[in-house]
Design a protein around this ligand. Sequence first.
Ligand code: XCC
Ligand code: SF4
Length: 626
Amino acid sequence: MAFSDKILQKSIDPTVHQMLDRAEQAGIETVWDRYEKMLPECGFGELGVCCRNCNMGPCRISPFEDEGPQKGICGATADIIVARNLIRMIAGGAAAHSDHGRDLAHTLLLTAEGKSGGYEIKDEAKLAALAKEYGITADGRTKEEIALDLAKAVYAEFGKQEGPLQFTRRAPQKRVDQWQKMGIDPRGIDREIVEIMHRTHIGVDNDPVNLILQGLKASIADGWGGSMVATEISDVLFGTPEPVRSEANLGVLKADHVNIVAHGHEPVLSEMILAACSDPALVAKAKGLGAKGINLVGMCCTGNELNMRHGIPLAGNFMQQELAVITGAVDAMIVDVQCIMPALGDLCECFHTQFISTSYKAKFPGAVHMQFNEENALSIAKEIVGSAVDNYANRVPEKVFIPEEKSDCMVGFSAEAIIKALGGTLDPLLDAIKSGAIKGIAGVVGCNNPKIKHDLGHVGLVKELIKNNVLVVTTGCNAIATAKVGLMLPEAADQAGDGLKGVCQSLGIPPVLHMGSCVDISRILNVCAAAANALGVDISDLPVAGAAPEWMSEKAVSIGAYVVSSGIFTVLGTVPPVLGGPLVTEVLTQGANDVVGAAFAVETDPVKGAGLMIAHMDAKRKALGI
Ligand code: XCC
Ligand code: SF4
């Protein structure tokens, strides 16, 4: 099939071309069309100089020094406005991740009390390790008793008035000392987020640097707090991921099965949907309607959670959520929270797809709401899946077109799994780094964004890194992008430089390791902390770097902030709305080095972005004398 240039330039993924062509023929709009209609995007917003924090405004600062307003009505300068807006983005992102973490803590609490409907404690070893970390005695107690104490302790981290957060103490001592010196060692997670909202209210904090420090503090409470809680408790409840084979891209949908897409973020829901999909009565019902079975696939981070733990196929990343519906083969799109486009409602009306929302926190126009709760989790999940199965009868075969493309992948590289693959310690990895076989480790993460050719940022940057012997660890929509192009197969070692190729071949692992969903960036922090501790250095001394080539969400802003606060140089592939504040821009790209030993760079070209990361690793290697 030949596609127009207009379509080809939107993505590197052939399934996207096919679905956009179909959308165009059917006169259906997608995120790309809405993006084009939005152009030119608001220049004040792009620069971050628009303020709506009080009703004397809205105010916007002129980008020209000798023309137009240079201060808001209250007197706020461009830098003050930019800093306030930026840390409000961090508050939004940290709140989203941490509320996800809180939901897991809640599920653990109910499970320990015997009140949850269908969950159990799957990873007792992790439960014991976490209990020890929190000083909870395990001797002679049942797993439920231990879990109850742990759940209460973890729950308390959110509302704690004074610090520290327990998991922050996994960071090297030097890092913690530096956080304390700068006043950014966080207290309770909720408290830091609330303090951002307070400080950015009109007439409170009007020092751009002071504002940014609070942003960093809240972001640390996300990365080493809320997100880490989400990851660790998910592992306790659902099992710590281990390497497993799976598949990725829209080709995982099946014409002869009931197709259910689980989209959103929290495994609390998706784990039960998975359990319901193998319920014999529901499978029989699907067969009774002429389907061969029930095919559950994942989208975005809920997809990553299912994929890492159970090898459930990944249907696609953020920009593919509408395209899945456009195949005409999705009987239900089941969502919970985060990254779910409200556009899905209208779109599903053009097809038979049932759009099912499940969280009271996230309702959508055009969705059927089926409220999920942990107490009756399995029975509600069965109802939801039952509804999807019923809807198979409404599928219109002439409207079905499923692209063939999908790739195999090997996923499930939790920190524990990586250490296991290395033979029980990090030493072989550290030795490979010391010998130069591996130049360094890059964490490449984050969303899709129509500002960048879909997946080009992700795949272009990752390919350049592995070619230069950089081991890549990934989460979120980058993980899905790299899985789709086969970079998560051991055979992809052929695309790596000789050093990395040798290491991957001897261990039988891919050069790009899937570490999970976006909250699982906490797994990357843990690996970095363990490596730094093993070498007796700080994280900022390691030859490591981060990148978010196609980021768009507020969560990504919080992630970037905590990764930099952890001492890791980070490259952003889309421009953050800060350039209107020269001081803020300087602090983020330079000054942060003096505060946390790392800073941001912005580079929209993926190959050049990789180049910046490689240069950074070379400099760190030199400083370490390796
Ligand atoms: Fe969302 Fe987590 Fe971004 Fe993908 S990467 S678009 S945040 S699904 Ni987290
Ligand atoms: Fe304008 Fe200041 Fe109010 Fe913002 S807080 S809208 S800059 S007056």
